[in-house]
Design a protein around this ligand. Structure first.
Ligand SMILES: [Cu+2]
Length: 702
């Protein structure tokens, strides 16, 4: 990427000289003329016109005239075009679709009958008021390029870091709560800026760069005019899976503080209508169309309660955890509109698209596709209906990727019948190990994971509650705790039979060659698994906690914490074109493995024999399961004494070990793997990863 000479001042001057009421129509051709004047080569008139379209297909300016507040119109036009000069150096790279996300501290975010003061995403192409607490859904098309302009206007509230913690990217304490960036979770796109680079930092307009102590961005934001806004560009390969993904902030140190209060949104990848992709097959074979879909973004909304200056539910943001006291002690009421925190809290109930326990109405026999996103900081949920006659539940995709057909034909009672696929069996026992672990993997919804379920209403009218299953009630990997059993949504089944003539897909649909999945690693998935080339151990070191906050790293991966020093090699280095086999395990506590850029093929799990301190023979799933995020359980204990090696294995209590394979394809560059319990991640449970070109040992330039 080559920064191109440009002239923001002249453009700014141009904007200021143009009356807001009239430049809407005249702006595009005039801007293009000026672009040529400063020597930029990116835009043909047609491309520029395309770039300046809203997702609704209306011309940028037409749409904004209807809904947009004037301050945003000027901001968007000015910043988008200026970023494009630098980021987008060829006409073919001008985005086909354009979004504009504002990161703001809202005082009017509606939730559960009240309004919250929290950081939130707003769609800057619409008026601010009335937008839900959850971020707007982004739709991207494979084979096309999407631009997202991100503007950071998050307001701090006094304490912006633990005392003595330097504002930088590395480290093992939460810090720098107003800085942000954007991660497209699960997308197979370049990790290099201006794409899915999470090692860049956007300062807040309310906290100028000069106020940061020792703040240095790992990856320089080359196109940032003011370092508080940025134009991302996501170029999805033409064979990218269609499916359910999501986006959220990923600036180390402030992730939990921003995702916890609600900064997250669904990201749906679709194909052009003419393609024979998974969605099209569902529509043509099963009459399940986009009209039968519901996006279900799950959130646990956390914030500070207050005693003065605000009503119930008012609060500054910071999630629950070990740092409450330190943040409270450094709270500055002068910058917080008179608010005084009393304690960190989580809004009762599970947020579902910004609502509590919303209702979906279905006719008898009707099928709906629920696209679940677990956007909570740390709650693992297993969705299950309560009651006789409740809808049936089928898994069709996990982490945005359609299921593969079964490896062995023993999934169905009679494989010749081309059975419906894949019906969740909530009663399977652990003695039937392959079925047990396959069902567990296809219904567990850990933080960061997505799950596409089909639910088919029965023949009984009534209300059916979907909620998280209690520990032990289903044979699944799941932690205990009330939040895990929260109500998700209610299905009201009418007395009318459905007229939609829908069917559940069968195995043959999932065998269709036109369904795009990631490049399969070249490893055997039957019989003996290949030896691991990578090993990831998550560990919580309890002795490193003090009452207020850890005195030493307490959340580590392979005994390291996140350390992204500019110029240093990445903590894990992979080669493009290689297939790696990874063992993933937790020495204590439950953790959630997530790696960016390339999804992986989970082969199965090995249970742990605590008595003999060995792993049992691996259990292979009934089909390889593609994921980018996976739940790593533990059988209990938390008392790891890292400092005495001899004691380590006395307190070593892993649950199952996941073995997965992943091939590094298409992209080079630096990104991360981490625990998706976001509080753990902010405390250092993350490593940098780079994919290098095997010829040069470096990364390809973008
Ligand atoms: Cu963790």
């Amino acid at each position: 990427m080559n920064p191109t000479a440009h002239s923001p001042l002249s453009r700014r001057a141009f904007l200021k000289s143009t009356a807001a009421t009239t430049f809407a129509i005249a702006f595009v051709p005039t801007a293009r003329a000026e672009t040529h004047a400063v020597g930029t080569v990116f835009a043909s008139p047609a491309n520029l016109a395309k770039a300046i379209q809203t997702p609704h297909g209306l011309a940028f300016t037409e749409k904004f005239e209807e809904t947009l507040e004037e301050q945003y119109l000027e901001f968007l036009v000015e910043h988008w075009l200026q970023h494009m000069d630098v980021n987008f150096t060829g006409g073919d790279q001008v985005p086909d679709v354009f979004y504009a996300l504002g990161c703001e501290t809202r005082t009017d975010a509606p939730f559960n009958g009240t309004t919250l003061r929290i950081p939130a995403y707003v769609d800057m192409t619409k008026a601010n008021g009335g937008q839900p607490i959850v971020g707007p859904t982004l739709t991207m098309e494979r084979g096309k390029t999407t631009g997202v302009l991100l503007k950071n206007a998050i307001q701090g509230c006094g304490a912006d870091a633990i005392p003595g913690v330097v504002d930088n990217l590395s480290g093992w304490k939460p810090h720098d709560f107003t800085s942000t960036n954007l991660h497209t979770h699960g997308l197979h796109v370049s990790p290099q800026a201006p794409s899915d680079d999470v090692l860049i930092i956007l300062d807040s307009e309310y906290k100028p760069h000069s106020e940061h102590a020792g703040h240095s961005a790992h990856h320089t934001i080359q196109s940032a005019l003011d370092a508080t806004s940025y134009a991302y560009r996501y170029e999805l390969p033409s064979d990218h899976p269609v499916g359910t993904f999501w986006y959220h902030p990923h600036k180390h140190g402030s992730v939990a503080a921003q995702v916890g209060p609600g900064m997250a949104g669904a990201l749906i990848v679709r194909a052009p209508e003419i393609e024979n992709d998974f969605d099209t097959l569902l529509a043509t074979n099963c009459n399940i169309t986009a009209n039968d879909e519901e996006i279900v973004v799950l959130q646990t909304i956390s914030y500070f309660e207050t005693t003065t200056g605000g009503g119930a539910g008012q609060g500054v943001f910071y999630p629950y955890g070990y740092y409450v006291g330190a943040v409270e002690d450094n709270f500055d009421p002068n910058t917080c509109n008179g608010l005084t925190p009393t304690k960190a809290a989580t809004v009762p109930g599970l947020g579902v698209n910004g609502q509590i326990n919303p209702v979906i109405t279905m006719d008898q026999g009707e099928i709906k596709r629920l696209r679940f996103v677990n956007a909570s900081n740390g709650q693992t949920i297993v969705p299950q209906f309560v009651g006789e006659g409740a809808p049936e539940v089928y898994a069709i995709a996990v982490d945005g990727i359609a299921l593969l057909p079964p490896t062995a034909p023993n999934v169905a009672p009679d494989a010749l019948l081309d059975p419906e696929y894949f019906k969740i069996d909530y009663t399977v026992k652990e003695t039937d190990a392959e079925a047990y672990w396959t069902n567990a993997e296809l219904i567990t919804l850990a933080p960061g994971q997505r799950l596409d379920l089909l639910i088919r209403a029965g023949t009984t009218a009534g209300s059916f509650q979907l909620q998280g299953a209690a520990k032990g009630s289903v044979p699944m990997v799941v932690e205990g705790g009330d939040a895990n059993t929260a109500k998700i949504l209610m299905v009201e089944v009418t007395a009318e039979p459905s007229t939609k003539n829908q069917t559940i897909p069968t195995v043959s649909l999932f065998e269709a060659a036109t369904i795009q999945r990631p490049v399969p690693p070249t490893v055997a998935i039957d019989g003996v698994w290949p030896a691991a080339t990578q090993s990831i151990e998550f560990k919580t070191i309890e002795e490193n906690f003090t009452e207020a906050y850890p005195s030493r790293p307490a959340f580590v991966v392979n005994d390291q914490y996140f350390d992204a020093v500019v110029g240093d090699p990445a903590q894990i280095q992979l080669l493009k074109g290689d297939t790696d086999v990874w063992n993933l395990y937790s020495s204590n506590d439950a953790h959630i493995f997530h790696i960016h850029i390339n999804s992986f093929q989970a082969l199965g799990r090995s249970t742990y024999d605590a008595g003999n301190r060995v792993y049992n023979a691996p259990v292979t799933y009934q089909m390889p399961i593609w994921r980018d995020t996976i739940y790593i359980d533990s059988i209990g204990g938390t008392d790891i004494q890292l400092t005495q090696a001899a004691q380590k294995y006395e307190t070593y209590t892993p649950g199952t070990m996941v073995t997965m394979a992943s091939k590094q394809v298409d992209f080079t560059g630096e990104f991360v793997l981490h625990c998706h319990n976001l509080f753990h991640e902010d405390n250092g449970m993350m490593l940098t990863v780079s994919i290098l070109d095997p010829e040069t040992g470096g990364t390809d330039s973008e």
